[in-house]
Design a protein around this ligand. Structure first.
Ligand code: IMP
Length: 420
């Protein structure tokens, strides 16, 4: 059966949480493979809103096993809080969650360093979520990080955190000229988080390999989006992991050919938070209209998102890079009252033989204009209910990205999904 990957095709915030939740209902396992508390996956069930940061969105489907893979950087204190909040709302996570023993930990000092480096004039401002993601992945690569497995023994864990703090404090005081952190400041929080996580620590790779062998239905849940990939995104304005399909294999410990379907999730327009190039950004009334109509404020940080037209040049890049077998278009209802809708199909001044994502600043989009459908599609019950103008817009996206649209999300509710 293989793994069905759900991957963000833009700069994150495409609405992956809802789509993962949709597929989770019939899945045995949902697994996160990268990122950490920088994600904010919003799922609505009736009037109830759930914003999940580290726990996979499958948690809202009782009986679905939720795995947190090796490629993640896990903030134990924030995770404990999320698990406790879910328990207060009736979702008991203990049995459902498995945490990879070789994922890495985000410590309070990583969050602090993320914030300090964003503010320090010697460092580039990326507009990070300040959740400690970059510093934790840096420590992992520099081989001074702390894997989850250190938690298995209380003494080893304490020694590892203290040893790491010695290094981090030297950086904080000597390089950044800031007051050092004391272990005692976060000792209790880490210890309480360890108690919650301990029974969940497991060999995620082995569990998935066994599940693949027994034809279990597995969903991999991407966080962020392909344009924020550390290697294939708009570097340096990226996150520090691999949100794309190729991240699934290394981030979960499964062979690359275990992924048999990869659905690219695209908002019907584009948004971006943080710094970095955004060729189709709208800095006018239409951009503001999209932000307000789409509620485009970050689920993790509350920051207003930058808004713009769908960029099919970057869309095609992401679709081919990730082998998207099909596409899901979200938030199309937000475009419902516009007279005209633009789709970027080329860059006027693109030079050279390849699309250089490190040099998008001057890219001048060339647009194809579509007549707006001027109607509320949120009530549609089948694809046939959609207005012709909207079908034409979808068709143009399919043609540009060379992949079929399989699913359309027409509103925030769990049930507002149309299969094509
Ligand atoms: P970091 O992942 O917190 O290091 O942030 C790096 C960049 O990725 C910044 O531009 C963030 O705004 C962006 N980013 C990180 N997580 C998300 C997300 O879940 N949605 C959208 N953007 C994100």
């Amino acid at each position: 059966m293989g793994i069905h990957a759900i991957v963000g095709g833009q700069w994150g915030d495409e609405g992956k949480g809802k789509i993962v939740d949709h597929f989770s209902a019939s899945a045995d396992i949902v697994a996160r493979y990268q990122g950490g508390a920088n994600a904010g996956h919003t799922v609505y069930i009736g009037d109830e809103q759930y914003v999940l940061h580290q726990v996979p969105s499958g948690i809202l489907s009782p009986g679905t096993r939720c795995l947190m893979g090796t490629g993640m950087v896990i903030d134990p204190v924030a995770l404990a809080e999320e698990i406790n909040d879910l328990a207060d709302r009736g979702f008991q996570c203990q049995e459902q969650i498995g945490i990879a023993y070789n994922a890495h930990l985000v410590l309070p000092v990583h969050r602090m360093l993320d914030g300090i480096s964003e503010e320090d004039s010697r460092d580039k401002t990326i507009g990070t979520t300040r959740r400690g993601i970059g510093p934790a992945y840096t420590d992992r690569s520099a081989r001074r990080g702390i894997p989850v497995a250190a938690m298995l023994d209380a003494d080893i864990f304490e020694a590892a955190v203290k040893e790491h703090l010695r290094y981090a404090n030297a950086l904080i005081t000597d390089v950044y000229n800031q007051p050092s952190l004391e272990y005692s400041e976060f000792q209790d929080g880490l210890s309480a988080a360890r108690d919650i996580m301990l029974p969940m620590i497991t060999d995620v790779s082995r569990e998935l390999l066994d599940a693949l062998a027994t034809e279990k239905k597995i969903i991999s849940e991407g966080a962020q989006g392909v344009l924020l990939d550390i290697d294939y995104g708009s570097y340096p304005y990226v996150t520090s992991s691999h949100p794309g399909t190729s991240g699934v294999s290394v981030g979960l410990g499964v062979p690359p050919n275990a992924v048999t379907r990869s659905t690219g999730i695209f908002k019907a327009y584009c948004t971006r938070v943080g710094e970095g190039p955004f060729p189709t950004e709208l800095l006018d009334a239409t951009g503001n209209r999209l932000r307000e109509a789409g509620g485009e404020y970050g689920a993790t940080t509350g920051r207003p998102r930058r808004c713009g037209w769908f960029d099919a040049v970057l869309g095609e890049y992401c679709a081919s890079l990730n082998g998207f077998t099909d596409l899901c278009i979200t938030k199309a209802d937000v475009l419902g009252d516009l007279d005209e809708i633009s789709l970027c199909t080329a860059y006027q001044n693109s030079s050279g033989d390849f699309l250089n994502l490190q040099n998008l600043e001057g890219a001048a989009p060339r647009y194809e204009t579509f007549t707006g459908w001027k109607s509320d599609i949120s009530e549609a019950e089948s694809f046939d209910d959609f207005p012709e103008e909207f079908k034409q817009y979808l068709h143009a996206i399919e043609s540009a990205l060379h992949a079929p649209v399989s699913l359309i999300s027409t509103g925030p509710e769990r049930t507002q999904l149309i299969t094509k």
